[in-house]
Design a protein around this ligand. Structure first.
Ligand code: HEC
Length: 132
């Protein structure tokens, strides 16, 4: 092996493996993650109601994502385009656990002034996965 090949093997491979481990997820796996944490299955009907409710604040999830969230929508304050949240209409949705965690945290704080519980997240995902 050349010196360069050794370096690529030593540094490149672990980086690649790390990158895969960090991003690889899918909507079904994310649903399962929250269902497991909640100890019960997500309920799509409950998720639909939750998504459209204001929870005592100015915004609901639907204010930015639309309802049903099956097409492009606009951010309620900046007007910036947000692509469809339902995974059947946007293959990039729920494919990165870190992104899911980050945005659930941020958006739930905006809407509910607290983090969403595991069962609330499972309900939302069950609702989103049911949109075809
Ligand atoms: C003030 C606007 C706003 C509100 C309200 C809002 N969101 Fe979001 N949401 C965003 C933006 C911006 C992103 C990140 C950009 C993107 O992914 O398109 C995002 C991304 C997400 C993602 C990441 C999904 C992924 O894997 O790509 C989830 C999950 C999510 N929102 C759920 C919710 C839920 C649940 C609510 C209601 C509790 C909610 N959002 C309310 C603006 C909002």
């Amino acid at each position: 092996m050349t010196k360069r090949a050794v370096w690529i093997a030593l540094l490149g491979l672990p980086c690649l493996m790390w990158a895969f481990a960090a991003v690889a997820s899918n909507p079904q796996a994310e649903l399962q993650r929250w269902q497991q944490a909640a100890g019960q299955p997500g309920n799509a009907a409950r998720g639909q109601v939750f998504f459209g409710q204001r929870h005592g604040s100015e915004w609901s999830c639907a204010s930015c994502h639309g309802q049903p969230p099956t097409q492009d929508s606009k951010h309620a304050s900046t007007g910036k385009k947000i692509t469809a949240l339902a995974p059947a209409f946007n293959s990039e949705r729920f494919t990165d656990s870190a992104k899911v965690d980050k945005w659930f945290k941020r958006n739930c704080k905006d809407v509910l002034s607290r983090e969403c519980t595991s069962i609330e997240k499972a309900d939302v995902l069950a609702y989103l996965l049911g949109l075809k």
